[in-house]
Design a protein around this ligand. Structure first.
Ligand code: ZN
Length: 164
């Protein structure tokens, strides 16, 4: 048993991502709320091991931006079941650096890297949730834990004026 782990166990009996259900049947509609529940979000993506949620790790890494990477890495490894999820966010090589990393169906975080001085950095520190566009309109999208893409009323307006 790890002390103060950076991951959580997720109880889930759901299978697949809701977008793979086809989305047109009545059944898919009825289970939408369940599938979209907070606990299930982000657990179905290929990058994530079923039943484990690494949100605490991602929050930990973001909180350590600017810190010495060696110490951050040592602490993270000691609090994880395996080191791989660290490198979903932290790019080891320059060509792997990404502004945004997607870790769940609609869960995004800042891409991170280690600079020449050995400090953890964001690849694009200017990027905020307001600059992101959601991939669908049915899920709650988050960037570094902050919701984005919430649609306000009146975005789509239909032209109804008839011409004589
Ligand atoms: Zn969706």
């Amino acid at each position: 048993m790890l002390n103060n782990p950076l991951f959580r166990k997720v109880n889930t009996t759901a299978r697949g991502v809701h977008h793979d259900f086809g989305g047109r049947s009545a059944d898919a509609r009825n289970t939408k709320a369940e599938i979209h529940s907070e606990e299930l979000r982000g657990t179905m993506h290929g990058k994530q091991r079923r039943g484990l949620d690494y949100t605490p790790l991602f929050r930990f890494l973001l909180s350590k931006v600017g810190s010495e990477w060696d110490a951050v890495f040592s602490e993270a490894v000691a609090r994880l079941d395996r080191p791989e999820p660290i490198f979903w966010l932290v790019a080891l090589h320059e060509h792997e650096r990404q502004d945004v990393v997607r870790v769940g169906e609609s869960t995004y975080y800042s891409g991170l890297y280690v600079d020449a001085e050995g400090s953890l950095r964001k690849v694009n520190p200017e990027l905020g949730p307001e600059q992101l566009t959601p991939s669908c309109t049915c899920c709650t999208h988050t960037f570094n834990g902050v919701r984005f893409g919430t649609r306000g009323p009146g975005i789509r307006r239909r032209r109804t004026a008839a011409r004589a």
